[in-house]
Design a protein. Structure first.
Length: 334
């Protein structure tokens, strides 16, 4: 019986996919609980958590349940928690003064979480005015109703100081004002908060995927934020923003949203030597949860695939509403 050689593949990549153990051994990227940051909302004036209808499993926390969520995240091995304050509607005004009130909901929440977890969990805070303004924009408006960049920077400097006074480890300026990182860095340094880090929202796009977040923070926004958030059509622009943020003293940088902008995330990650974050935002979360609820996709596999894709694109840190759940699963060998 004769044998003919050379008629089959000379290279068989499938050999490295044969068993779960083999696939684990050769995996190029691995999720770890310490890669994950939990965004969390705390609402003023409520006695029970309020479910967010478009984000199943996510709530507006009371102060007490926020402390419990922080402790649970720490136990799961999550790296950090990003706090968003939701004030009572009556406290919203044109300048967002609740955002700079030392006794405002976000500052109180920072102190609560700090008392619960100390320095064992990295406490981050959203540094923006949109939750606190009656018009819902991320800054102060001028007489024509436009966001006044430089007047807004003065408010951000105040916010940085009160958040740092409350004990935050990292501030996350998300408003996309020109010069915001430099002004915040100066404000922190001049008030004795040199050790507080700045996570720059370097590439934050004017995205349709923010929809559920507006419910989560009780947004009063009418219109859009296209005059200050980035155009989804642009990628090179993000590198210009990156250069400016680094020059102004950013300690870490972020791309937001994540999945629709993995190309931007990769370009940013390739260009820098500082940690890079990506925010898997509310719309990304809601789509997977909704599809899974309808039986269209495998929920757990889709979550892990999406997060792995974000890490593969270059993120060192991922903000995700599944942070604690996924971290718990990873510790159990998920």
């Amino acid at each position: 019986m004769s044998t003919t050689y050379g008629t089959f593949p000379g290279s068989r990549p499938r050999r490295l996919r044969t068993t779960p153990a083999m696939r684990r051994m050769v995996a190029e990227h691995r999720l770890h609980p310490a890669d994950l940051i939990l965004p969390a909302f705390v609402r003023e004036g409520i006695s029970q958590p309020v479910p967010i209808s478009a984000m199943p499993g996510v709530v507006q926390h009371t102060r007490d349940t926020l402390r419990k969520a922080a402790a649970e995240a720490l136990e799961a091995g999550v790296a950090g928690i990003m706090l968003f304050g939701v004030p009572e509607d009556a406290k919203k005004d044109a300048l967002g003064t609740a955002g700079t009130d030392p006794d405002g909901i976000l500052q109180v929440a920072i102190r609560d979480v700090k008392a619960e977890v100390g320095d064992e969990l990295v406490i981050m805070s959203d540094l923006c005015l949109d939750e606190y303004t009656d018009h819902g924009h991320c800054g102060v408006l001028d007489e024509q109703g436009r966001v006044d960049n430089d007047a807004t920077l003065e408010r951000y400097a105040e916010m940085a100081q009160v958040q740092a006074d409350a004990g935050v480890h990292v501030v996350g300026p998300s408003g996309m004002m020109d010069g915001q990182v430099g002004v915040i860095r100066d404000a922190l340094d001049q008030t004795g908060h040199e050790d507080v880090s700045v996570l720059a929202y370097t590439a934050k796009y004017a995205s349709a995927f923010y929809g559920p977040f507006r419910e989560a923070v009780g947004s009063s926004l009418k219109g859009d934020r296209k005059t200050y958030q980035q155009d989804p059509a642009n990628a090179r622009e993000s590198l210009r923003e990156l250069e400016l943020d680094l020059a102004e003293g950013a300690d870490m940088v972020m791309v937001k949203p994540a999945l629709p902008y993995l190309d931007v995330l990769q370009r940013v990650a390739d260009a820098v030597d500082v940690p890079v974050a990506a925010y898997q935002i509310s719309g990304e979360y809601a789509m997977i949860e909704a599809a899974a609820a309808n039986g269209w996709i495998d929920r757990d596999r889709a979550i892990l695939e999406a997060l792995t894709g974000i890490k593969r694109a270059g993120a060192n840190m991922i903000l995700t509403y599944w942070a604690t759940e996924v971290a718990q699963g990873l510790k159990q060998g998920l």
